[in-house]
Design a protein around this ligand. Structure first.
Ligand code: PRP
Length: 182
């Protein structure tokens, strides 16, 4: 089986992602100069974007990870979002840049930001590869760094999954309806 065969159309190409990440990295280098940002990657979907974006950054930075997903009986929950992995870094006084693959309703990030704020960082900003503003429920989630604004379509690839598959595709594509409407 070839996962590419289940893609109806490519929405954002590998080349477009690379070009946009180079632009965003330049902006981040400037904004975070002398701030040693903590790049906080929200697992699992943000992994490819975290790597692609930060490989073009030249300033000193650190990585850490957090896992938040829709609540299915995870260890810590807030609203309907479960946080199963917390960053191991002491966040007090740090400049945190949260990395997301996609912002949809904003529920996940709203919960994550509230949890992080209690740990007294110096700042929290959000970088997301994709933004679907038409789906937003939580109005106060406004990412400062956005790769691409996309329409409300079922997208996979570059970290985004359907049933845990398709994350490794080097582009963002729209899944054929027959794949998820069986
Ligand atoms: C996806 C995505 C965001 C969230 C966006 O995560 O990575 O974190 O949903 O949706 P929202 O804005 O409506 O909250 P998911 O819970 O599927 O976990 P994953 O990153 O492991 O795929």
């Amino acid at each position: 089986m070839n996962l590419n065969d289940n893609i109806k159309k490519i929405l954002v190409t590998q080349e477009q992602i690379e070009k946009r990440c180079i632009e965003l990295a330049k902006e981040l280098d400037k904004d975070y100069c002398d701030k040693k940002p903590l790049i906080l990657s929200l697992l699992k979907g943000s992994m490819p974007f975290t790597v692609e974006l930060t490989k073009y950054m030249t300033i000193p930075l650190e990585y850490d990870y957090m896992r938040a997903s829709s609540y299915h009986g995870g260890t810590v929950s807030c609203g309907n979002v479960a946080v199963s992995i917390m960053p191991s870094t002491n966040l007090q006084g740090r400049n945190i840049l949260i990395i997301e693959d996609i912002i949809d309703t904003g529920t996940t990030l709203s919960t994550v930001v509230k949890i992080l704020e209690e740990l007294h960082p110096a700042s929290i900003e959000i970088a997301t590869l994709l933004d679907k503003p038409s789906r937003r429920i939580v109005a106060d989630i406004k990412p400062k760094y956005v790769g691409f604004v996309i329409p409300d379509e079922f997208v996979v690839g570059f970290g985004l999954d359907y049933d845990e598959l398709y994350r490794q595709l080097p582009y963002v594509g729209v899944l054929k309806e027959e794949v998820y409407k069986k």
